[in-house]
Design a protein around this ligand. Sequence first.
Ligand SMILES: [Zn+2]
Length: 231
Amino acid sequence: MVGDQSMDSRGNAGLLLNRALGNKVRVIRGLDIKRQIATGGYLYCGLYRVADSWITVGKEGFRICQFRLVKVGPDEEVKPQPVSPDGDTKTDLEEQFRRTVAYERLLRDSAVVRHVKEMYQDTCQVCGVRLVVSPDGKAISEAAHIQALGKPHNGPDTIENVLCLCPNCHALLDRGALQLTDDCDVIDGLTQKFKYALTRVKEHHIQVRYLRQHRSRWAERPSQPEIPEQP
Ligand SMILES: [Zn+2]
């Protein structure tokens, strides 16, 4: 049996399900991809099996599911590899599907990211903006890691290192245009002047060492624009 791999947001669940069921997947590669559009057409690459899957944390703190695909022949047998965190293989198709969908949902945000966004109900801790995007009041926010994730900073994905911010404040923080003092005052990273008091709920403890690591990334940058001396 061959499972077609869709390119939409359900792709992860589809690949996991095909791995669970031992289906082969047809791989079609987009050529000359510009802004997610294959401007060079598509190339059929043959049949593959989903050999492995694992989770990494991407730049924005979202979890990303990655897959290893191995090319197989048309007559090659592919063994089912049930998706099961506890190694239980005795589950039926419906259960497999439920798990893959639940698993994929989990991948979108780490538990920490979801928790911090819930703490502030998507309201920016710096500027207080809450971006409502639907008639039922749903809002969007971003989880910002103070000590950045990934190399070379290797900050942890923990509550003590995460802020709930609007996209603007997130962009400024990531570039050091906003910084935080040890007391969680938000300062302009270019002038070092006070800008905002960070909104913080009682149970949200932010560790000073992450604030210091963040500030240290721009310590070499001149704090004031250089003004030539008057003659
Ligand atoms: Zn903001």
